[in-house]
Design a protein around this ligand. Sequence first.
Ligand code: PHE
Length: 339
Amino acid sequence: LKAKYLDQIAAAADEAAIEEVRLAAVGKKGEISLKMRELGKMTPEERQVAGPALNALKDEINSALAAKKVALADAALEARLAGEWLDVTLPTRPRRTGTIHPISQVTEEVMAIFADMGFSVAEGPQIETDWYNFDALNIPGHHPARAEMDTFYMKSKGDERPPVLRTHTSPVQIRTLEKHGAPIRVIAPGRVYRADYDQTHTPMFNQVEGLAIGKDISMANLKWTLEEFLSAYFGKRVKTRFRASHFPFTEPSAEVDVQCKWEDGKVTVGEGDDWLEILGSGMVHPKVLQNAGIDPNEWQGFAFGIGIDRIAMLKYGIPDLRAFFDSDLRWLRHYGFAS
Ligand code: PHE
């Protein structure tokens, strides 16, 4: 009897099989239980022999059942662990993460450098009125600068003059002066638009305007500020060329070129015989101050407009400005601007 049940227990493959053996052996109607009930019919002598033997047998079967149960549970856990095993040292699948566009990176860098020089940040709308984009900046209706700027005009409402896509960030000069007055030291980065398209021009591009108005700000302060900015931005002193120029909203005016070299589809800053124009600047015209409600007899200062895309080209050695706005991931990855 004992061997029979121990064999069955050993052979049981799962909980259900064990339960079957238990019922057959020590369940209410199990073989051993029935035998125990027969003890009553035995003589005391017989019972003294059979009783302990049956009890011992029952105990032994019960503990074998319990041990087998534990063994089965262990095996099941083992199997599950083996099935769910993960190699955490395996390399992960390649995954692409988003990155910040180079123009945005440069804009942030420019803001940080000027912040160190005490310039705060101002903003203006990209759809601008004729007044802010032109007239207030001393560019009257017939002025050739309007044609030169290849302006995009919006549809006009009724007989009002049509709004324009701002052709430069200079209108922010007027808006900020109107709002905050003088003295002031701000930069205004943002998108500007001109109908123009070649290797160094795109119809949408980015500028950062600078404006510093005080009691005794001079052209020397302008030159120092720009040179300080350029060496901080390029990480080295780069040769610059201040060329006398003309803007209706500054007097005197200067354009600034940076020394560079174009070679093998790459542009390098700080060497070579080429010059790339990167900004316009000058002393704010008294009429502009007046138009913004500032007394030109009391206040004066400088303004500049830097081509953000131009200085980005120079920093990253990119010869064609248009690539910045193609959103071609292969190009962005090639220059390390995307992963
Ligand atoms: N607004 C001029 C341009 O877009 C640049 C400029 C800004 C010049 C401020 C002088 C002063 O060409």
